[in-house]
Design a binder for this molecule. Structure first.
Ligand code: CP
Ligand code: NVA
Length: 308
């Protein structure tokens, strides 16, 4: 095991400076795409393991590895039977002998931690039940493109305190952005996690607020974010969640309570007419598809960070 190798399992591992550097480099990579891509993966192979479906993550990582000179391999987890056909530890110890980078989307966060623990090559979390760090970095890049610099802003997340929400909370805490979560109280992230973000925010100047009052929350919002009400793996709760979250739909009425130049994003895939209406997702305020593209640029930047 190599204790000095870097992973990206959660944004908690990155300092504010590292996050800013990744976003700044991603902007350069975006500008110089296919012109000056650093070939940090030349002659190297990156393997992707998916326990859950994916469009954006799969396509952006595969493209990222190619553009950085490497060779991507996609493994469907059913075929390798992670934790059933073979232990996660043995899979990690086998992969490290052959490939140079592991990218994994898993249910349990513990699985990516184990892959990282038992392999000497970098591991990137491509979404677990707990975190989706690459999505939050892509949002960070999209915010940065709109603001033109790293300066204080106000992010309002409407919906479930889920993996994407928690990753955005860490992003905001580390970059000094104010964060409000509008959600029914039973869907808030765990108190210990909230306290960690508040502690980081106390050092960076970021303020956290948790409310059910949509109007006052969006009144001064610069960025509104939402995500599905039932995440992958929560399909059985779909109906009860629909009921609980229906007052928190991001629709034109919510937009009318926000500043007219507010930006709206969503990690996608969206359930149109559930957590967000089509007129909002397709409006001029929407930056969701910019963010989807930015997954590519920011993940290339993450890979450069892990290999330098
Ligand atoms: N946002 C995101 O991770 O999309 P996919 O689930 O399609 O990869
Ligand atoms: N919270 C969602 C994000 C999908 C990209 C999920 O985990 O299904």
């Amino acid at each position: 095991m190599n204790s000095s190798k870097k992973n990206l399992l959660s944004l908690m591992e990155l300092s504010s400076e590292e996050i800013k550097a990744i976003i700044t480099r991603a902007q350069d990579l975006k500008r110089n795409r296919l012109i000056a891509d650093p070939q940090v993966l030349k002659g190297r192979t990156g393997v992707m393991v998916f326990e859950k479906p994916s469009l954006r993550t799969r396509i952006t990582f595969e493209t990222a590895i190619n553009e950085l000179g490497g060779n991507p391999i996609n493994l469907v987890s059913d075929m390798i039977g992670m934790g059933s056909r073979e232990s996660v530890q043995d899979i990690a110890r086998t992969l490290e002998r052959v490939v140079h980078l592991i990218i994994a989307r898993t249910f349990s966060h513990r699985t990516v931690e184990e892959l990282a623990k038992y392999s000497s090559v970098p591991v990137i979390n491509a979404l677990t039940d707990e975190f989706h760090p690459c999505q939050a970095l892509a949002f960070g890049l999209t915010i940065h493109e709109r603001l033109g610099e790293f300066k204080k802003c106000r992010v309002v997340f409407i919906g479930d305190g889920n993996n994407v929400c928690k990753s955005i909370m860490i992003l905001c805490a580390k970059l000094g952005y104010d964060f409000t979560l509008v959600s029914p109280s039973k869907y808030l992230p765990p108190e210990s996690f909230i306290n960690s973000c508040v502690d980081i925010g106390n050092c960076t100047g970021s303020k956290f607020d948790f409310t059910q009052d949509l109007k006052s929350a969006v009144n001064h919002a610069q960025f509104i974010y939402t995500d599905v009400w039932a995440s992958m793996g929560q399909e059985k709760e779909q109906e009860s969640r629909k009921k609980d979250f229906s007052p928190f739909q991001v629709n034109m009425q919510v937009m009318s309570m926000a500043p007219s130049d507010v930006f709206v994003s969503h990690c996608l895939p969206a359930h149109r007419e559930e957590e967000i209406t089509s007129d909002v997702l397709d409006s001029k305020n929407s930056i969701a598809f910019d963010e989807a593209e930015n997954r590519l640029h920011v993940q290339k930047s993450v890979i450069v960070h892990l290999f330098s």
